[in-house]
Ligand binder design. Structure first.
Ligand code: FDA
Length: 403
C-alpha cells in the first residue's frame, strides 16, 4: 500500500518549508521531500552566512517577471512584518544592515532553526536524500514514485527553486514537471551574478582585486540605458575581482544585462565631475590629477586610472576638452563584459515556470488544483536585498494556507 499524505512538498528550501508548516498548522498531513542531505542549504549560505531574510520595503516593483502583477496578491497578504514577527517570537536577533535589509545578527542557522522548529510543531514530516523519479496524476490526487517508495498525495507542491549553485542541490526538476503538465517555462538565465572581463580589462580588474567603491551603474543596449526606475541605474558598491567586477551594484545590474550589452559606470556618482575639476583647476592648478582622484576614490584605483589612460596631468594642464574626456572616463565609463560567472555563483534564476496558468491566490495550476508551484521555480525574481526570501515566504504561506 502506498503511504498517503494530504500534501507532499518537493523541496525543503525557504518556500517549501514555509508552505509545509503553514499547511501543517491548518491540520494537513504534510510530507516534505528533498534530494539533498540537509534542508535549507541556500538559507545557510545566504547573506554571507547571516541571511538577508527580508526587506521592509518589499513591493512588486522589486521583482522581475513576464507578468509583473502576479506577485502582488501574495506579497500583500504576507508582508515583511509578518516574517519579522515570527523571527522575534523565536528570539532570533537581527540587524538592519542597509535601509530595510534585515539580516540575522549572528547566524542564518538560527533562521533555519525557526523554520524546522515550526515544521516540527506543525507535525510536518521531512525526508531528505529522497529522489522523485516520477510524478503522475492519480484518481483524486497525485502519485509519486520515489527512492522512498510510492507515495500518494491530495496535492503536490513544487518548491525546487532555480538553477543557481548546482553544488547546493539546484536542478531543473521543477521546469521538467511544469513541461510534463503542459506549462510553459520562460527563458532562464543566471542573475545577481558577477561579471567576467577579458583582455586588458580582465588584467586591470585583477590588479585591483579587493578594491571596492560606491558607483552608479546601468546597462546599455543599442544606445538605450537599462536599469531600475527613471534614473535607470543602481547606486551601490562595486568590487574588482580576479575575474572581473562584482559587488551589489554589479549583481543588481546583471538582472538587466544580456550578452553584448555594455555597462556604464559612474565612479563618482555624487560629484559634478566637470564642475569640480574646473574649480579645482582654479584653486590648486599645480596638483596632479591622481592626487585629486585619490581624495575621492580608493588610492589604488586613483593610481590605476592614470596608468590605464597613460596620463597624470597637473590640473592646470587640463583644458576644457580634456576635462570633458575625464568626465566621460570617470562618470560614464563604458565597458562590455565578456559574460557572467554563470550558475556557479549566481544568487538567483531569472525566468522560470510561466505564471500565466498559475493562480496568484493559491498557486495551483489552472485545471489541476492538485499541482502547485511556489518560490523561485516560478518566473518571479527579486532584486538583491532580501526580496527573494520575502517572495519565498509569501508564496509559501499563500499556497500553504489554501491547501
Ligand atoms: P531553494 O533553492 O531555497 O530550495 C529548493 C530546494 O529544492 C532545495 O533544498 C533543493 O535541494 C531542492 N531540490 C531541487 N531539486 C530537487 C529535486 N529534483 N528533488 C528534490 N528536491 C530538490 N535571497 C535573499 O532574499 N537574501 C539573501 O541574502 C540571499 N542570499 C543568497 C546568497 C546565495 C549565495 C544564493 C545562491 C542565493 C541567495 N538568495 C538570497 C536567494 C535565495 O536563496 C533564493 O531565492 C531562495 O532560497 C529561493 O527559495 P526556494 O525555496 O524557492 O528555493
Amino acid at each position: 500500500m502506498p503511504s498517503s499524505f494530504d500534501v507532499i512538498v518537493i523541496g525543503a528550501g525557504a518556500a517549501g518549508l514555509m508552505c509545509a508548516l503553514t499547511a501543517g498548522y491548518a491540520g494537513r498531513r504534510v510530507l516534505v521531500l528533498d534530494h539533498a542531505n540537509k534542508p535549507g542549504k541556500k538559507i545557510l549560505m545566504s547573506g554571507g552566512g547571516r541571511c538577508n531574510f527580508t526587506n521592509l520595503a518589499t513591493g512588486p516593483a522589486n521583482f522581475f517577471s513576464t507578468n509583473p502583477h502576479f506577485c502582488i496578491s501574495a506579497l500583500k497578504r504576507y508582508r515583511p512584518e509578518h516574517f519579522v514577527e515570527l523571527v522575534e517570537r523565536h528570539g532570533v536577533e537581527y540587524v538592519e544592515k542597509a535601509p530595510g535589509q534585515l539580516f540575522c545578527a549572528h547566524s542564518a542557522k538560527e533562521l533555519l532553526g525557526v523554520l524546522l522548529t515550526e515544521c516540527d510543531w506543525a507535525g510536518v514530516t521531512l525526508r531528505m536524500n529522497a529522489r522523485v523519479e516520477r510524478l503522475e496524476r492519480h484518481a483524486e490526487g497525485m502519485r509519486l514514485r520515489t527512492s522512498h517508495g510510492i507515495l500518494d498525495a491530495g496535492a503536490v507542491v513544487i518548491a525546487t527553486g532555480g538553477l543557481s549553485i548546482p553544488t547546493m542541490g539546484a536542478t531543473g526538476f521543477g521546469y521538467d514537471i511544469a513541461r510534463q503538465f503542459g506549462l510553459r517555462v520562460t527563458q532562464t538565465r543566471p542573475a545577481l551574478v558577477p561579471f567576467t572581463l577579458t583582455s586588458h580589462w580582465k588584467a586591470r580588474a585583477a590588479d585591483l582585486a579587493g578594491v571596492a567603491c560606491d558607483v552608479a551603474v546601468g546597462a546599455v543596449r543599442g544606445g538605450q540605458r537599462l536599469g531600475p526606475g527613471r534614473e535607470r541605474r543602481y547606486r551601490e558598491p562595486m568590487l574588482f575581482t580576479h575575474r572581473g567586477l562584482s559587488g551589489p551594484g554589479m549583481l543588481q545590474i546583471s538582472s538587466y544585462w544580456e550578452p553584448g550589452d555594455e555597462l556604464e559606470i559612474d565612479l563618482l556618482p555624487d560629484v559634478d565631475i566637470a564642475g569640480a575639476l574646473a574649480s579645482a583647476r582654479r584653486a590648486t592648478p599645480r596638483r596632479q590629477l591622481s592626487t585629486w582622484l585619490g581624495e575621492r576614490l580608493p588610492r589604488r584605483l586613483a593610481q590605476a586610472l592614470g596608468e590605464w589612460y597613460g596620463e597624470d596631468p597637473t590640473l592646470a594642464e587640463l583644458s576644457n576638452s580634456r576635462i570633458e574626456t575625464w568626465r566621460v572616463r570617470l562618470g560614464a565609463w563604458r565597458l562590455r563584459p565578456a559574460g557572467t560567472e554563470g550558475w556557479r555563483t549566481a544568487e538567483v534564476t531569472l525566468g522560470g515556470v510561466d505564471t500565466e496558468a498559475i493562480s496568484s491566490q493559491d498557486f495551483s495550476v489552472g485545471g489541476l488544483s492538485q499541482l502547485r508551484f511556489i518560490g523561485e521555480v516560478l518566473d518571479v525574481t527579486g532584486e538583491l536585498g532580501g526580496y527573494n526570501f520575502q517572495w519565498a515566504w509569501a508564496s509559501g504561506v499563500a499556497c500553504g494556507s489554501a491547501l
